[in-house]
Design a protein around this ligand. Sequence first.
Ligand SMILES: Cc1cc2nc3c(=O)[nH]c(=O)nc-3n(C[C@H](O)[C@H](O)[C@H](O)COP(=O)(O)OP(=O)(O)OC[C@H]3O[C@@H](n4cnc5c(N)ncnc54)[C@H](O)[C@@H]3O)c2cc1C
Length: 427
Amino acid sequence: MKRNKVVIVGAGFGGLTLACKLNGSTYRVLLLDRFNHHQFQPLLYQVAMAGLEPSSVSFPLRAIFQGSPNVRVRLAEVNEVVPEQQLIKTTDGDFEYDFLVLACGARTNFFNNPALEQHAWSLKSTSDAIALRQHLLLMLEQADTATEEEIRSLLTIVIAGGGPTGAELAGALAELRRHVLWKDYPELNASMMRIVLVEASDRLLGGMSLNSSQAAFRYLTRMGVEVLTGVRLSGYDGHVVQLSNGATINTKTLIWTAGITANVVNGINLSEKAPGNRIRVDAYCRMIGNESIYVIGDLAFLQTPRFPNGLPQVAPVAIAQARQVAANLLRMAKGRAPKPFHYRHKGSMATIGKHKAVIDFPWFRMQGGLAWFVWMAVHLITLMGMKNKLFVFINWVIAYFTNDSTLRLIFTPASQKTWDKKQKPPP
Ligand SMILES: Cc1cc2nc3c(=O)[nH]c(=O)nc-3n(C[C@H](O)[C@H](O)[C@H](O)COP(=O)(O)OP(=O)(O)OC[C@H]3O[C@@H](n4cnc5c(N)ncnc54)[C@H](O)[C@@H]3O)c2cc1C
C-alpha cells in the first residue's frame, strides 16, 4: 500500500520549508501549529523594542497554501504521539500518519526554577515579543511619574544570557536609551536607565569566534551596557535579581535568554537522552528506532565529527534538514533510496546596534558597519513574504535616518504578567 500521508508538527523554519517543498507533490500533507502564523524569530527582539511591527515578522500559514492541491493547515497543539498506531493526538482531534515530521523547535529553559518562569520575560514567539514591548513601555510610563527610588528599579533592565539574542537586545535597548528616552519622556534622562547583561561563561557570543565575542563586548560597554561575564543569575522574585557573586540588583524587568530546551511531544521515548532534551536522529533525520518519524531543526540531535555536541540550533540547520527530508520523501515516492544529510556551516552573525555587527564566515570574519549592512541584507533576504520584506526595509530606512520609530504603542489590557505587577505593587 502506498504511504502518502505526511503530518508535519510545527510551522517554523523547518516545518514550513518542508511543507513548501512538498507542495504540489503526490503526498497528502497536514501542517499543524499551535499558532496560525510562521514567526521569524531572529527579528523578534526588534518587535520587543518597538522597532518593527509584529505583523512584519509573522506570516499567516493559510495564506501560504491558498490553492494548494495537497497541503492543508490546522491550528492545533499536538499533545501526544502514539507511534504504535501511527497516530497523533491534538487539541483538534486525532490524525493518522504514514510519515510524521516533528519540527516543534525549542522553548525557553528556566532550569526548573518556577520563580524565574513566573517573573522573567522570555522571547520565543511574536506573542512574547508583544508582551515584552508592552511591559517595557509601561515601565517607562510609570517611571515618568515615579519617585527617584522607584525610577531606579523601573528603569533597570537585566538580561540573562550573553548569546546573540541577549547581546542584540542589550544593544537595541542602549540605542533606545540614547535616542528615544529623553525625547518621549523629557522628565527622564539616559543616565537613569541601567542595562545589565549577565553571562555565566567567561565571554559573550559563546558560539562565535573569540574575536567576535571581544568586539561585541567592546561595542556594548561603549554603549553603556554593564556586561557581567563569569557571573550566574541565581534568583529573581519579581523585584530583586540575585547573582552568583553575591550582588543583587533591584529591577522590575528580567529578560531571560539564557537557555532553551527542546519541545518534545509526549509519547516519544527518550530513553537515550540527548543534550538540550533533543531527540537523537540518524543521518537521514529519522528518529533512532523509528523510520516513520523524522525530526528536524532545534528538536533534532545529530552528531557530526565537527559538531560532537549536536548541530547548532539555528535556522539554516532547520531549513537544510527540511530540504533533505523533502528530497528524500520525493525520492522514496519514486521508489528510490534516500540520501544522508550533510550540513555545511555557512557562518553565524549578530548585530549589536547601529553600524555594529559581527560575522563569522567559514573563511573570514567581519565587524562594524559593513558587517551590519550584510546582517540586514541576509535577514531581509531570508524573511518570508514580499510585503514583510518591504515593511521591514521601510522601517529600517526610517529608523536609520531618524533613530526613531512610531511603533511605541501600548494596547491594553497588557499581558497578564504586566497587569498583575501593575495592580499589585510590591509591599
Ligand atoms: C529570539 C531568537 C533569535 C534568534 N536569532 C537567530 C538568528 O539570528 N539566526 C539563526 O539562524 N537562528 C536564530 N534563532 C534560532 C532559530 O530561530 C531556530 O533555530 C529555528 O527557528 C529553529 O527552527 P525549527 O523549525 O526547528 O523551530 P521553530 O522555528 O521554533 O518552530 C517550531 C514551531 O513548532 C510549533 N510547535 C511547538 N510545539 C508544538 C506543538 N506541541 N503543537 C503544535 N505546534 C507546536 C511552534 O509554535 C513553532 O511554530 C533565534 C531564536 C530566537 C528565539
